[in-house]
Design a protein around this ligand. Structure first.
Ligand code: PLP
Length: 415
């Protein structure tokens, strides 16, 4: 809906907030116009930010039954409600709602279906020993969500406002989180462009919603090391691209290389980049390697730098911070730098590759046994009977202690 912002020779004229704020006038405006933007109209047209105090809750009158914790499958079961917040370019963010979990009804011409105006987040709510619900570093997810949204012309929002609403939502659904270590509520904030148009342009309306799925431990019976296939025929991300954003459009093209790797007996694919074959990410996780320096023998924990091709993982950032905090004192060097498959192969051949693991919200850490590369297997330091290296296990312990509030820390946000 257009709101009257301009007074034209005594009458009202419809314009959008962005038009009102635009300093340059089109030739049509310069010749035809005989009105001016009223300052009060311009300020009143400031789009609203998300306002948690306007939350409206409609409880589900048919609450679902709880699944047995051991039967939970990642991303298959959902809670009773969803959080929704609509946006349009005239008003900004409308009142947030928590409503019964339900289908969306969208016109087939809605822009999300045609031009992939979609971005999302992945985060978890944990139940601590006292039964309190905790989010883990939600500020990081909100920051990344805003960056992703801005990159595809979707609206941004006040990060603390959405965190507050997600915390309220997670608390409302807390009965779905089993009281056991390893269980949590996976939260999926999602934003889509909802304007009905085939015109390629910034969406004039959007929907932000959050759904929640109770999940169990990634490795219910203890770590299982995975083997990877290095993908050399496709790239996930490239300089100047959007690989560092959490856009749905980044994920569909990754499925075929993943399926190819699986068809040859590997659980995940490893994304390389460039003729140098830089190691970037593993499947949908950041990748860490621990090696001994060739010259000095010093232990080094290495991950690829945030050069625009790497997703800015919350787990990655946390592992790095924990490593600086705990490993540096033990003599480790912690490095964010480019490294190649050749370098890993050389370290493996010389017995200097200590261990390797993926890092992400779903698994926390995922130990890696071997990487298939150029027709051979690069062994990542595990003995045949081992499913995880010592460092990987320590990192998991440190992370869980903060996620579940055993190690009280500012990263943990009590709902
Ligand atoms: C491509 C990619 N890399 C890394 C990660 C890990 O990010 P985070 O630690 O925030 O879960 C994800 C997780 O969703 C991902 O999709």
């Amino acid at each position: 809906m257009l709101r009257p912002l301009f007074t034209r020779c005594g009458g009202a004229f419809g314009a959008t907030a962005s038009q009102a704020a635009r300093p340059l006038l089109s030739s049509w405006q310069t010749t035809q116009r005989c009105y001016s933007v009223k300052p009060e109209a311009a300020s009143a047209s400031q789009p609203q930010d998300i306002d948690p105090s306007k939350l409206v809750v409609k409880h589900n009158s048919h609450p679902g039954s709880l699944k047995k914790p051991e039967d939970l499958i990642f991303g298959r079961n959902f809670t009773d409600h969803m959080l929704t917040i609509e946006w349009n370019k005239e008003t900004g963010w409308l009142a947030p709602h928590i409503v019964p979990y339900q289908n969306l009804s969208l016109d087939p011409a809605t822009c999300v279906f045609h031009y992939a105006f979609e971005c999302f987040e992945g985060m978890k709510a944990y139940k601590d020993k006292a039964g309190k619900i905790r989010l883990f570093r939600p500020d990081k997810n909100m920051e990344r969500f805003n960056k992703s949204a801005a990159r595809i012309a979707l609206p941004t929002f006040a990060p603390t406002a959405l965190t507050e609403l997600i915390a309220t939502f997670a608390k409302l659904e807390s009965r779905f989180i089993p009281d056991a270590r390893g269980y949590s509520l996976y939260l999926r904030p999602t934003m889509i462009g909802t304007q009905k148009t085939l015109g390629v342009g910034p969406p004039g309306s959007a929907l932000l919603y959050v759904i929640a799925s109770p999940v169990g431990p990634y490795y219910p019976t203890g770590f299982k090391a995975v083997s990877l296939e290095a993908t050399d025929y496709a790239v996930r991300a490239w300089p100047g691209g959007v690989g560092d954003k959490k856009l749905g459009a980044n994920y569909a093209p990754c499925i075929v290389p993943q399926r190819e790797a699986m068809s040859r007996g590997f659980q995940q694919n490893l994304w390389l980049f460039g003729d140098e074959e830089y190691v970037t990410e593993v499947g949908t996780m950041n990748f860490f390697v621990a090696i001994k320096n060739k010259e000095t023998g010093q232990k080094e924990l290495i991950t690829a730098p945030l050069d625009g091709t790497i997703l800015e993982g919350v787990t990655r950032d946390s592992v790095l911070a924990l490593a600086h905090e705990k490993l540096a004192a033990e003599g480790w060097k912690i490095e964010e730098r480019k490294y190649t498959m050749k370098e890993l192969d050389e370290a493996a051949n010389e017995g200097r590759l200590i261990e390797a693991f993926g890092a992400g919200t779903a698994a926390i850490v995922s130990p890696v046994r071997a990487i298939s590369w150029r027709g051979k297997l690069v062994h990542c330091g595990l003995k045949d009977h081992e499913e995880s290296g010592e460092l990987t296990m320590r990192v998991k312990g440190w992370m869980e202690a903060r996620q579940y509030g055993d190690d009280e820390h500012e990263w943990s946000y009590v709902c």
